[in-house]
Ligand binder design. Structure first.
Ligand SMILES: *[C@@H]1O[C@H](CO)[C@@H](O)[C@H](O)[C@H]1NC(C)=O
Ligand SMILES: *[C@@H]1O[C@H](CO)[C@@H](O)[C@H](O)[C@H]1NC(C)=O
Ligand SMILES: *[C@@H]1O[C@H](CO)[C@@H](O)[C@H](O)[C@H]1NC(C)=O
Ligand SMILES: *[C@@H]1O[C@H](CO)[C@@H](O)[C@H](O)[C@H]1NC(C)=O
Ligand SMILES: *[C@@H]1O[C@H](CO)[C@@H](O)[C@H](O)[C@H]1NC(C)=O
Ligand SMILES: *[C@@H]1O[C@H](CO)[C@@H](O)[C@H](O)[C@H]1NC(C)=O
Ligand SMILES: *[C@@H]1O[C@H](CO)[C@@H](O)[C@H](O)[C@H]1NC(C)=O
Ligand SMILES: *[C@@H]1O[C@H](CO)[C@@H](O)[C@H](O)[C@H]1NC(C)=O
Ligand SMILES: *[C@@H]1O[C@H](CO)[C@@H](O)[C@H](O)[C@H]1NC(C)=O
Ligand SMILES: *[C@@H]1O[C@H](CO)[C@@H](O)[C@H](O)[C@H]1NC(C)=O
Ligand SMILES: *[C@@H]1O[C@H](CO)[C@@H](O)[C@H](O)[C@H]1NC(C)=O
Ligand SMILES: *[C@@H]1O[C@H](CO)[C@@H](O)[C@H](O)[C@H]1NC(C)=O
Length: 835
């Protein structure tokens, strides 16, 4: 009876909100075959705040969930005939004597053995034991029951996350609700969710977290907030996660009341030492500081003609007595550079600022380098700074929450991108110099290093907004621990733990996820041109014109004939020359530059032939069509999983897949029309600016609606849309359907702005086909727009609608707030056509 109930439980897909992430401890098939499970758990530390004790609790909970067995908790001497023993190596040796693998353990590492009578989970330190317990549970949760015995040590000491939380409770570039660390300028009282997040981080071996935005607010240093940081640290400490904070460089002046924040002024030094002592008094194991200085308007040492090293070392001196680490961001650049100088290049900034400072940073400083030279674009080469700094510890900064890659409203599995960067061989001194071995400290024999992932989780139950995006957090942690792992295998583990064992579910999510980055690259920006989003506004939808003509330096230099950044040394910005000779030579030469970075390093004509034989412009067109077509396939692929995933997660993911499919068409059309317009070169397949299944709203008969020229023009079909003639009024657009009689999917493209929830009704011959409301701002979480543009443009589709030629199509839009019920076009799509 018990096993029957157990089997029934397996088939029952209960609603899940995603809050359990991959720690669901769901029952596994075949669990009854697992006979070698001990009956008790022995924790070699019974202090409830010890990660060892937490590990024992987690083991008890996990085994109960996965295998349906209640294990007893024992301590001290091992009374049961076999036990799961969890503890540090020292505690184990004291209780049971030495074990062979003890010598192989490094900081934070663990030994896991399920081969003997007991299960041994032995950490080099307490959190290592917790990591081992999570590993054991991950194996059980995936039905990996075969006996194992191995030591696992982390690849690098620094495995941190950064959370860009503002003290008012908002999150910069956060797309999943508000901060659970701050509200109204203060640390929140309730730190339960902070502890829940620490548990998720610990399950990945992440050992540090920066809780506030790099654009930091000095009021974090108030006595009350220091105590708040202490409460967060207390909540996270049992999980082995050390808390750190971002600092505002000008704090001694703006918060401390000094007349200066010059890093070489003794009074400033004393101020930082004092405040640091106060913080460490409350949080003795604080991880350290993160500093963004002299970047994007932030204050820094350059204000006083001091070097960035002078600035970093000021914090390093304060933190050193407490063994704190200072992460100093390399994201320093001038955002007012002049595009009319062909040789200006923001991508050069990091090396220019830091190269002469190599060897001048104190030992507890780590320079935190964004993976590429610009800013988390869909494709960048690795930053040349990785091979420039030999005498400085470094870490790679990755973005788990994809600011430029769809803001978790598009599925983009990022592990393949990160893997390419980590495995890239920088050829320093013409020797093997993979980025992963540079940041670990191994290549240049540095004491510190690792990775920082910008995650920006929020109060939303899903943590990141999109259930499927959690694979990115999982993969970030996995790669930080062991970058030799393969992205598709990481994904499979995550799927088993998150969605169970159905083959169809597994194959579908692997297939979609592995296609997702190439698809997004195809429809957002190819050949190394960067994500062609609106860099001056939301970083979400298309707006390629914003890349150029301003001082931000994310230029494409697109004109009527040619496109791309000339980063060669011979004629361009010299950026290629910042790499070690072997790599510099590859990027300098157009023939050896891979097509996917062609426009990153070279300025070429639109008619330039690629290695594929296509011209640049035709590749643009084809790639945008191909990428958007791939995004369409995600919808039916996901729909086929109905019943195999609980309804809540099924529906929430489907909603985003449908949105992505529609928005990928907005991207496709905007970018291909932009370059069509600029170059005047036709698409060989005659798709661009030739949409034969559409009826443009501006061509309909309007009553209470008026036409509106959309800006940028290429984000609306025909460059025009319709809006109601006044606020809160009703508009009607009617037309006669010119298409032959048949069954169509009818798609309406409209604009969903923040600041209003318009209502729409679509009817054919007065038969209502559908009604909807412009309320995506409540449902998606990406940076919103108050304009009709590429961010607000979206699509709703009504399937299998029977239509007769000559029928009357009618849209009734009711404006609301600042949203004038805007409509772009209606598509009548025969079976199999997407347009
Ligand atoms: C047990 O854990 C507590 C809390 O982390 C720690 O203070 C104590 O030193 C540990 N005991 C041993 C024997 O390691
Ligand atoms: C064993 O656990 C109990 C409570 O669970 C505790 O009171 C006792 O101190 C522990 N003994 C040792 C040796 O840790
Ligand atoms: C810093 O926080 C304080 C207190 O919440 C707030 O008044 C101030 O506006 C913030 N400063 C900035 C630059 O955000
Ligand atoms: C604290 O937060 C948790 C998780 O967010 C919530 O479940 C709980 O109800 C809150 N407690 C109080 C006292 O508000
Ligand atoms: C440190 O700062 C506190 C609070 O501002 C002040 O009371 C104390 O005197 C300072 N200590 C030193 C050594 O400057
Ligand atoms: C920094 O140096 C520049 C050029 O040498 C000088 O004009 C400026 O006054 C200096 N600024 C400070 C704050 O010392
Ligand atoms: C950029 O440089 C050009 C050429 O030197 C100059 O004419 C123009 O005024 C500069 N623009 C700005 C914003 O400084
Ligand atoms: C690193 O710094 C040390 C001392 O500061 C110096 O002797 C050495 O040459 C430097 N090494 C490199 C590779 O720059
Ligand atoms: C999570 O966010 C989505 C989109 O913003 C929203 O629809 C949903 O209600 C949120 N759920 C929770 C529990 O906050
Ligand atoms: C060399 O640079 C100039 C600008 O200084 C540019 O106009 C020209 O196109 C470049 N030549 C090549 C071959 O890229
Ligand atoms: C690029 O196009 C320009 C303008 O049409 C032309 O003068 C030039 O010869 C072309 N360059 C190459 C390398 O084809
Ligand atoms: C739709 O309804 C209106 C008002 O009742 C009527 O005038 C019109 O003829 C109807 N149109 C069609 C196509 O049935």
């Amino acid at each position: 009876m018990r096993s029957l109930l157990f089997l029934l439980a397996l088939g029952f897909a209960a609603a899940e909100d995603g809050s359990a992430a991959w720690l669901r401890y769901a029952p596994v098939p075949g669990a009854s075959n697992y006979r070698s499970l001990p009956s008790a758990i022995v924790a070699l530390n019974s202090s409830t705040s010890s990660p060892v004790f937490v590990a024992s609790q987690e083991l008890q909970k996990g085994v109960k969930g996965i295998l349906g067995k209640q294990l007893s908790l024992a301590n001290g001497t091992n009374k049961a005939s076999s036990s799961i023993i969890v503890g540090t190596a020292d505690a184990y040796k004291e209780a049971y004597g030495n074990f062979d693998e003890a010598d192989e353990l490094e900081d934070d590492g663990y030994f896991l053995s399920t081969k003997g009578k007991n299960v041994m989970i032995i950490g080099q330190n307490p959190r290592g034991a917790l990591y081992g317990a999570f590993e054991y549970l991950s194996r059980l949760g995936q039905g990996k029951f075969s006996p194992v015995s191995y030591v696992s040590n982390p690849h690098a000491p620094i495995r941190w996350v950064n959370e860009w939380n503002n003290m008012d409770g908002s999150i910069e570039r956060g797309y999943a609700g508000l901060s659970f660390f701050f509200r109204n300028g203060l640390v929140v009282e309730n730190v339960t969710r902070a502890a829940e997040y620490a548990r998720i981080l610990a399950s990945l071996g992440i050992n540090g977290i920066i809780i506030n935005n790099v654009n930091a607010n000095a009021t974090l240093l108030s006595t009350r907030n220091i105590d708040g940081i202490g409460r967060i640290a207390d909540a996270m400490r049992p999980y082995g996660v050390q808390v750190g904070i971002s600092l505002n460089f000008a704090s001694p002046q703006t918060f401390g009341g000094l007349s200066t924040f010059d890093p070489l002024n003794p009074a400033v030094d004393a101020w930082w030492a004092n405040i640091t002592d106060q913080i460490y008094k409350r949080v003795p194991d604080m991880a350290g500081y993160l500093v963004k200085a002299n970047s994007e308007g932030q204050p820094g040492p350059l204000t006083y003609n001091r070097t960035l090293a002078d600035g970093a070392n000021m914090f390093a001196r304060a933190a050193k007595p407490h063994r704190g680490v200072v992460m100093f961001r390399a994201f320093v650049y001038d955002n007012h550079i002049n595009e009319s100088n062909w040789k200006n290049d923001r991508a050069n900034a990091a090396v220019e600022f830091f190269k002469d400072l190599d060897g001048k940073f104190d030992e507890n400083v780590v320079v935190q380098i964004k993976f590429g030279p610009i800013d988390f674009q869909v494709r960048e080469p690795p930053s040349p700074l990785f091979s420039t700094l030999r005498n400085t510890s470094t870490a790679v900064e990755l973005q788990v929450q994809p600011e430029y890659l769809g803001q978790n409203c598009h599925l983009v599995y990022l592990a393949p991108q990160w893997k390419e960067i980590l495995e890239f061989d920088m050829r320093a001194d013409n020797k093997g110099s993979k980025v992963k071995d540079i940041i670990s400290g191994e290549r240049f024999k540095r004491p510190l290093g690792g990775s920082a992932g910008v995650v920006n989780v929020g109060t939303n139950a899903t943590w990141l907004g999109h259930h499927l995006s959690m694979s990115n957090l999982y993969a970030y942690g996995q790669l930080a621990w062991d970058p030799s792992q393969e992205p598709d295998e990481i994904l499979q583990d995550w799927i088993r733990l998150t969605f169970g064992f159905d083959r169809h579910v597994m194959n579908t999510i692997v297939d979609m996820s592995m296609k997702s980055w190439p698809a997004y690259e195809n429809y957002s920006g190819n050949l190394g041109i960067q994500t062609l989003t609106d860099i001056l506004y939301t970083h979400f939808g298309p707006n390629p014109a914003t890349q150029d003509g301003n001082g931000w330096g994310q230029w494409t230099r697109a004109d009527g004939f040619s496109v791309g950044m000339d980063r060669t040394a011979k004629n361009g910005t010299g950026n290629a020359g910042q790499y070690a000779p072997a790599i510099a030579q590859m990027f300098e030469n157009i023939d050896t530059t891979p097509d996917n970075l062609l426009l990153w390093f070279h300025h070429v004509n639109y008619t330039h032939p690629l290695k594929s034989g296509k011209t640049v412009i035709q590749h643009f067109y084809d790639a945008h069509y191909e990428g958007a077509a791939t995004a369409q396939t995600f919808v039916p692929m996901w729909e086929a999983l109905k019943g195999k995933i609980d309804d809540q997660r099924f529906n929430e993911v489907l909603f985003r897949q449908v949105f992505q499919a529609g928005h990928s068409l907005v991207w496709r059309d905007a970018i291909s029309r932009f370059y069509h317009n600029k170059s005047g070169i036709a698409d060989r397949h005659n798709r661009v600016d030739n949409y034969r299944y559409r009826i443009e709203a501006e061509k309909m008969t309007l009553d209470g609606y008026k036409t509106y020229a959309v800006s940028p023009f290429h984000t609306a079909s025909g460059s025009m849309a319709i809006i109601t003639t006044s606020n809160n009024s009703v508009g009607t657009a009617t037309t006669t359907i010119p298409f032959s009689s048949g069954t169509y999917n009818v798609a309406v493209n409209y604009f969903d702005l923040i600041g209003g929830k318009s209502k729409y009704e679509l009817s054919i011959n007065n038969r209502t086909i559908g009604t909807w409301s412009g309320d995506l701002e409540d449902k998606l979480g990406h940076a919103p727009s108050i304009y009709l543009d590429g961010h607000s443009a979206t699509r709703i589709t009504f399937k299998d609608i029977k239509v007769n030629k000559g029928d009357t199509l009618k849209i009734v839009g009711t404006a609301n707030g600042i949203e004038p019920a805007p409509v772009d076009y209606v598509s009548f799509l025969p079976h199999g056509i997407i347009d």
